[in-house]
Design a protein around this ligand. Sequence first.
Ligand SMILES: [Zn+2]
Length: 386
Amino acid sequence: MKYVVCVPDGCADLPVAALGGKTPLEVASMPTLARLAARAEVGRAAVIPPGMPPGSDVGNMSILGYDPARFHTGRAPIEAAALGLRLRPDQVAYRCNLSTVGDGGTMLDFAGGHPSTEAATEVIEALDAQLGRGAGADIEFHAGVQYRHILVAPADWADAVCTPPHDLSDKPVVWPTGPAAAKVQAVMDASREIVGSFGLQANQVWLWGQGFQPQMPRFVDRTGCRAALVTAVDLIRGLGVLTDIERVEVPGATGWFDTDYEGKRDAALRTLEAGADLFLIHVEATDEAGHAGNLEEKVKALEAWDRRILTDLVTGLDAMGPWRMLLLPDHPTPVELKTHTTDAVPYVLVDSAADGPGGTYTEPATAACPPIPGHELMARLVRPTR
Ligand SMILES: [Zn+2]
């Protein structure tokens, strides 16, 4: 039995006025998904446990079968793991966005105009030279991907309340509060001169998502499955590192609208053919479209999933033997809200050898389904065949 997990990040949405009250999933042309759903189990999953922030870290931890209420310690330590950083118990990791904050204190772009990784790395190296290790300070800047980087600091920096910058789009910024806020604020303030000197759209760092590194049991020990994943997002890669799931790199995976959908699909088929039991395909484009409030790109990204991944993925899986598929996002990113919500999301669980009751994979069609905890779906995906 082969298993595939498909994660269109943030694809769930709300009724959109411009679509006559329909959601992007309702209007997108997704014939393969519709065909799968018609013979599958379709329902609703609470991927964000009550009281937890609706981040991709929390949602994807659920999808991998780990209860975030038990294992989640913060977003940044997961991304730090993706960079190969093993934190000591006396260290905390912060997510360090290159961001654009207007002179009036408005969050103009949480992604700092999406700098290239090369350009961003130069900025992060300058920050580490002038504010971090190069200056003899006890903080370290580590370059990640595009606008997403890591700051490692002493443990007593952890005690601050920081706002995710993507929750502040086009709004007045909310500065950190709490006992460690002054230190965090000082770094953000000092970063303006350094970041600003590079002539990018980004003009300062934004620190948030801090935590200590979590202890997660290996995925293979919990499920018996040798697993691999593909993603362009450090966070998902970090969950792979922490759970010992192999990370497959696809050169054209960008984390943006132009990502290499076919490359991810082919990586899945190739890896499963080579002996892996389970493969997770993560695509960020739907989430970025939601954050940008870009309805057209969100629908296009959904249609790309269907045409460029699912159709030939199913054909390839059929050729390998029996298979199961789980498809769901890690949280909604509604285009009219431009940020994540905690609402339960639709899921579809397909078994190539056993038809389910069948359904339709949209938010309204699953609205009446009682939500099940998201982290329970993985055990159901890989359950033994009777
Ligand atoms: Zn997400």
